[in-house]
Design a protein around this ligand. Structure first.
Ligand code: UDP
Length: 197
């Protein structure tokens, strides 16, 4: 078994290295549907128990990694083993670093305008092999949201990262899954704020 069920959520038992490799394989593919990764913390696990929408989102995800030591410990209490935390920020950095060997295009949704612009600038400057396909801040109305989705649909970036708070990002990716013409998408929590400094 490469997953463990914790309170109804099937968590991946892959290490960080293995998860990065899986996503890089996905980024290298040409014919696969969008791969929705969720790095889930205990709050999402608890919320999914009572929120049917979130439960459906979690069940439809392609991979759920433990973004919190609580999940690693819960596995241990169940007599099973999850090797380590696999957080959204760490995953993002590993993938960005990997772009020097395997270039990809990136679309960045979320955070306030200043943070988004600054984080995108830093990513462009720091990580060789990453092309920014587009970006938009995370404070938009319905009309702007439609324009963002149309832009992603048209630009077909390899990867979409979404910072809209949890579980806002997960809901957003799920809602637009059929029109996000990318290979990999995931919520990155406060990562853009961290990168922007
Ligand atoms: N965020 C956003 N739009 C929103 C809510 C949040 O762009 O409507 C951004 C926020 O600016 C931050 C990121 O999402 O960059 C993570 O937000 P927060 O730390 O509040 O969420 P958490 O992931 O900790 O729940």
């Amino acid at each position: 078994m490469d997953t463990i069920n914790i309170l109804g959520v099937p968590f991946s038992k892959r290490t960080m290295d293995d998860t990065v490799k899986l996503l890089q394989k996905q980024l290298a593919s040409t014919d696969k549907p969008l791969f929705h990764l969720i790095t889930a913390n205990p709050e999402i696990v608890m919320a999914a128990r009572t929120n049917a929408e979130l439960r459906a989102i979690v069940q439809a995800a392609d991979l759920i990694t433990p973004d919190g030591i609580g999940v690693v410990l819960a596995a241990r209490w169940q007599g099973d083993h999850v090797p380590e935390r696999v957080t959204g920020y760490d995953m993002l950095v590993r993938l960005l670093e990997g772009a020097k060997n395997q270039p990809f295009s990136l679309y960045v949704v979320g955070a306030d305008e200043e943070t988004n612009a600054k984080a995108v600038g830093i990513i462009q400057e720091r990580y060789q092999g990453v092309t920014i396909a587009g970006r938009h801040n995370g404070f938009f109305n319905a009309e702007q949201e439609a324009a963002i989705v149309a832009d992603i649909e048209q630009k077909r970036p390899d990867m979409v990262i979404v910072a809209l708070g949890a579980p806002g990002a997960e809901k957003w990716i799920y809602k637009h899954k059929s029109r996000i013409k990318a290979k990999v998408a995931f919520g990155v929590g406060g990562s853009l704020d961290v990168i922007a400094g």
